[in-house]
Every structure is written in C-alpha cells, then in structure tokens.
Design a protein around this ligand. Structure first.
Ligand code: BGC
Length: 437
C-alpha cells in the first residue's frame, strides 16, 4: 500500500518536473537528482499529509559513541545528525577510575597475601576489549593509572596492549611503585591483549578464557591479579582458572553472573547503571516522538512520575550525550546488585497510551553474543519498551561487520525512530547513509 503510494507520488513528481522543462535561460530548472523517482512517500512533510522523512526521525546512538577509533575524537556530524539525535552511554572516565581504585583498594586491604609467590612483585594480567573503543581505552588507562603502571604519550595514558611483558621492559607500561603500610611494592603488567577472535569479534569472552591458559603457562604463580575491561571476559578467565586458584579477578558491567560470583571470590565489578542507560536510550526517542521537551521523564518528572536524579546520570549538551554514572560493586555491597535486569524504580511507571501512543522503533545490538548487551542491556530495554509504549524490533549483529546489521534495515520508512549500536565507532555513515536515502 505504502509502496504504491510512493510510486504514485514519484510519478506525479516526475510528470510535473517534465512539465517545467527548461527555464528562460535555457538551464534545466531541476537538477536530475532532485527528480529522483525513488523519493520515498514519507519525505512529504507531515502538514502535506505525508509522514516524516527518515533523515528527520529521532535517532539514538548507544553504547558505542560515534568517534574516531584511533584518537577518540567525537564524531559530531553523527551526534547531531538531526535535531532529535543523541548518544546514550555512561561516563567512561569516571567508571574507569572507579575500576582502578577498586583494584587498588583490594590490593591495599589484602597486601599481606596478595603476592602469591613472594617475589616482591605484584603481577597482573589485563584483558582488553577493543583497542579502538573509547570505553575499553578508558578502562585500560584507569587500571594503569591506579596501579602506577601508566606511561603517558602526548598527555594521554597509553592504552596499547603489551603482549607479554615478563621482564617489565614493554614500552606501553612501566613497573609501578605502590607504598602500602609504609612499605614499597612493585606492580607489573605481566601481559595484556585485545580479546578479538579470528572472525574479528572484539570483547570476546572465549578468547579471554583461552588466553588465561597461555598466560598461566608462562607466568604461573607470578599472576596475583586478573583485570578485565568487562565481565564477559573476566568471568571467562575466572571460570577457566582464577576461581579455582583463588586469584582475585575484576571486571566491569555488573552482569548478573559476575555479581553472583563475588560470593565465590570474583574480586569486583563496576555497574555502569545499565538500568538508567536502557531507560534513557528509549526515553529520548519517546520524547522526540511525543514532541515534548527532551528532559521529560529525565530531569523533569513526566505525567506518570518518572524522573532521574542527577546522581545517576549527566547530560553534556555540547556532545549531545547522556552519560549514566558508575558504581563499584564489591563484596561489601554486591547483594544490592544481584538483579541486573530490573528496571530502575524511579523510572518504572507505565505511560498511558492515549497521551503516548505506540510507536515503532528499529534497534540493533552490534553483537548478539556480547555478554553485557545480551544478558543485561537488552532485557532491560525489553522491560522499558513496554513501559514507554514502544514497539521495538531488536536486531542482533554478528559483531564483525556493519553490513550484517544494515542489511536488515531494508525499509527504514517502516519505523518511527532508530536506536543504533555500531560495530565500530567510526562507522556512523553506514547507518546515516541509509536514513539519508
Ligand atoms: C561493555 C562491554 C561490551 C561493550 C560493547 C561496553 O560498555 O562494558 O561489556 O562488550 O560495551 O560495546
């Protein structure tokens, strides 16, 4: 039906343009591309009875912030694609510093038993998620900064993987010095590696589970701490080795299995407040679709009483970005975080469908095998989509190519809004090109 309408409109356009012909100066009055016969029906402005053009529909980027994967510079073209475009993520630097501090606090509290082989060196290994992902970069830096193993380059802490660093000579890190209880200890990053599988998927838990075996055969009881950019990889290493060997392992995300594992010796994790992020991801779309102030149900209570307090998120207008704030989850407080997929109570009130009629949203997860996104984030989104009266189509990618995902956005005109989780943070144009068509 829609297609027939589109064709009809296109035909009318072509005919009326043909009728214009050349103007008095003999120039074509319309450039050929403007007579594009595939112009979608919905590019007609709403006041003329059409729907909204895809390029003007609300768009939220989430979890992977459009940015240059080498420099981290934000891709402001993507972030301000149209007036209803936002990013939703979390404060990567604040969370990374918390993760580093959590590990340092653990070392301090367990200094008498932390050095397993008594060689005077506190050795750690680090699983890196994706060397081009700003969350991953921040976490690598946070751990190195807290443990004094960081090396700066042009004012920024290096975040490269060192591979194997048995003698402390790697150039991306240095041997750190920590003074605890008046005594000085050396800390060494014995090994670090990007956990990418042979097909190209990053943050790969299975790769981390295998790599810990290699590291253990190289270093044995020199490994005193296992650190990871996320819980997926952290839990793979914990289950493969550190649980049995009682080596504290630290991750990030507060996935339910990782929080539960704290009872069995998992060192700790960071909650990136996925319950707040998943809400914000859909809330900004809801607000744009309702044509209300973007702060509705965020900093300002909505008609159902949903509101967030400013200790759980911040909005940076210049970056068009909402960032949830992080919290450390350790043996002291993990009981409060066991249910990772429960909506955040202050924003769990159902919207009425007369004032907020059902709209349809296309949303993708870059990799359906990503532990955090599939076990924590998506279940939360699925709770909030009901609360916010959004009919969301969830698409799971293979974590390797954007095409695997964009191929499944064949007809953007079918949806009222889009939520996008890119495979690579540089690739926003793969999506905006489709919406611009
Ligand atoms: C999470 C990781 C996840 C990644 C996916 C990060 O924020 O901490 O667990 O793999 O997002 O983009």
């Amino acid at each position: 039906m829609k297609k027939t309408l589109a064709l009809l409109l296109a035909l009318v356009m072509v005919m009326s343009l043909a009728a214009c012909g050349n103007n008095a100066d003999g120039e074509a009055s319309k450039a050929p591309e403007e007579t594009n016969s595939s112009a979608p029906a919905d590019s007609t402005p709403p006041e003329q009875g059409g729907s909204v053009a895809n390029k003007d529909k609300p768009l939220v980027w989430f979890n992977r912030q459009p940015s240059n994967s080498s420099t981290g510079e934000l891709d402001m073209d993507a972030l301000s694609f149209n007036k209803d475009t936002y990013y939703v993520g979390f404060d990567a630097v604040q969370g990374a510093e918390l993760q580093g501090q959590m590990i340092l606090d653990y070392i301090t509290a367990h200094i008498d038993e932390i050095d397993r082989n008594g060689d005077g060196v506190i050795g750690y290994v680090l699983a890196i998620g994706d060397i081009g992902h700003n969350d991953s970069i921040a976490r690598t830096r946070g751990v190195r900064k807290a443990l004094d193993t960081a090396v700066e380059d042009g004012g920024a802490i290096k975040s490269d993987a060192v591979g194997i660093n048995a003698d402390g000579s790697a150039s991306a890190v240095k041997d750190g010095k920590l003074t605890i209880g008046g005594k000085e200890y050396t800390v060494r990053e014995l090994a670090s590696q990007e956990m990418k599988n042979s097909a190209g998927a990053t943050w790969d838990a299975a790769t981390a589970g295998n790599t810990i075996g290699t590291w253990v055969s190289t270093f044995g009881d020199q490994i005193d701490i296992v650190a990871s950019n996320n819980d997926g990889m952290g839990m793979a290493m914990f289950n493969a080795w550190s649980k049995e060997n009682k080596v504290p392992t630290f991750g990030y995300d507060a996935n339910a299995d990782a929080v539960a594992a704290i009872a069995d010796g998992y060192g700790g994790t960071i909650s990136q407040h996925a319950d707040v992020q998943a809400y914000l991801t859909l809330r900004v779309l809801r607000n744009a679709l309702d044509g209300v102030d973007i702060d509705t149900g965020i900093g300002t209570a909505d008609d159902a009483g949903n509101v967030l307090s400013d200790d759980v998120y911040k909005y940076v207008d210049a970056e068009r970005s909402y960032y949830a704030l992080n919290a450390a989850v350790t043996a002291e407080n993990y009981q409060d975080f066991l249910d990772a997929t429960k909506p955040y109570a202050p924003v769990s009130n159902q919207l009425k469908d007369d004032a907020h009629p059902t709209k349809s949203v296309w949303l993708n997860i870059y990799n359906s095998a990503d532990n955090f996104l599939s076990a924590t984030y998506q279940p939360l989104l699925q709770n909030y989509d009901d609360i916010l009266n959004l009919n969301v189509e969830y698409i799971g990618g293979d974590g390797q190519t954007e095409a695997n995902i964009t191929n499944r956005l064949g007809n953007p005109s079918q949806y009222d809004a889009f939520a996008i989780n890119m495979v690579k943070t540089d690739n926003s144009a793969s999506y905006t090109a489709l919406l611009n068509q």
